[in-house]
Every structure is written in structure tokens, then in C-alpha cells.
Design a protein around this ligand. Structure first.
Ligand SMILES: Cc1cc2nc3c(=O)[nH]c(=O)nc-3n(C[C@H](O)[C@H](O)[C@H](O)COP(=O)(O)O)c2cc1C
Length: 169
């Protein structure tokens, strides 16, 4: 099997976030997508090792922002390469809350969404959360950041707990 072929699967990049029991975090994902139209549902796949996974399970909700091309490596590093358990990833960033109190950062974000989790699928290493969209808003007219742009223009890397991580590449 040529694992390079999986790099032809296209994605955007998002920060998915949640808060529960006084803890809050968010992580970069490339696995968010709209999966139905009526009602609008989004699905996102999160590693069980990520603090954000635990928080979404507890809150039963998640917020998400679509990153745009203003996103830089320090922002992606903060949300995509550091664990939020002992560090408040939102500190120093412009932060808002949705109607259910889920935090999200508007930094380098072109749109935002809020979902109530309706299904959770156990995929061994990851949980896939399916959520019904309850809020959505355009935040800027900048171009959304694609995974291809992140890898080829920003020259960003992918950590091991991202589903799109590939050992040999
Ligand atoms: C480009 C990129 C894509 C990623 N995609 C995912 C993903 O889809 N699912 C996931 O669980 N982690 C993904 N990650 C890894 C998480 O963002 C990372 O493990 C994060 O530090 C977890 O933070 P937390 O422990 O505070 O939740 C991705 C990271 C990067 C840089």
C-alpha cells in the first residue's frame, strides 16, 4: 500500500474546543467535516490521549473555528503540539464563548461553529464525535487554511496522534 496516496485526501484545519469542570482546551484537527445537511451535523475525530477529547465527552458539546491563511506556526504549535492539561492555551488570545459557554479563539479564524454531541463512535485510538450544529457564524473573509497549504506553504508537520499522521513520510 502506498501511504503517500492518503496525502491526496483533502482537509481544512480547525481548532476544536470545549470546557468542563473548570478545565478548558482546544486542539488543531484536520478531521472536521460536515456530514449531513438536515439537520446540519459535523463530525470530528479526536485522539483519546487529547485533553480536548475528555472535555468534549464531559461537556457533550464542542465549539470549532475554521482557521484561515493568517494562521502561523506559533498559533498552530500552541493548539496542535502542546497538551492543554497544565497550560491554558487560550491565554493571551482573543477569546469568545458560545451560547452554552464553550470557549473559542477568534485568532486567524474565518468561521465558527457550535455543536451538541449526538453520537460518539469508538475507533480504538480515537473517538469520533458527531454533533448537531446549533450556532454558526462567518468571522472573516480570509481564505480558509487547507491541510495542503499548511504542509506545502507553511511547511507544517503532523504529530503522531493526528489521524492523518503517516509513519514513513
Ligand atoms: C495539522 C494537525 C492536524 C491535527 N489533526 C488532529 C485530529 O484530527 N485529531 C486529533 O485528535 N489530533 C489532531 N492533531 C493533534 C492535536 O492538535 C494535538 O495532539 C494537541 O496538542 C492536543 O491538545 P489537547 O491535549 O490540549 O487536547 C493535529 C495536529 C496538527 C498540527
Amino acid at each position: 500500500m502506498d501511504e503517500q496516496a492518503f496525502y491526496k485526501v483533502t482537509y481544512g484545519l480547525y481548532v476544536v474546543s470545549a470546557e468542563a469542570d473548570g478545565g478548558r482546551s482546544g486542539c488543531i484537527v484536520n478531521t472536521l467535516q460536515q456530514v449531513t445537511a438536515e439537520p446540519i451535523r459535523l463530525a470530528v475525530t479526536i485522539s483519546k490521549e487529547n485533553y480536548t477529547c475528555e472535555l468534549i465527552e464531559q461537556a457533550g458539546r464542542f465549539a470549532a473555528v475554521a482557521l484561515d491563511q493568517r494562521a502561523d506556526l506559533p498559533l498552530i504549535g500552541r493548539f496542535g503540539f502542546r497538551q492543554g492539561r497544565d497550560f491554558d492555551k487560550f491565554s493571551g488570545l482573543p477569546i469568545e464563548r458560545d451560547e452554552n459557554g464553550m470557549p473559542y479563539s477568534t485568532a486567524a479564524a474565518c468561521a465558527r461553529y457550535s455543536c451538541r454531541v449526538t453520537e460518539t463512535v469508538d475507533l480504538e485510538t480515537h473517538l469520533m464525535f458527531v454533533g448537531e450544529a446549533e450556532e454558526a457564524e462567518i468571522l472573516s473573509e480570509e481564505n480558509p487554511l487547507t491541510y495542503t497549504y499548511y504542509r506545502t506553504v507553511i511547511r507544517g508537520k503532523t504529530p503522531k496522534n493526528a489521524p492523518s499522521y503517516q509513519r514513513k513520510v
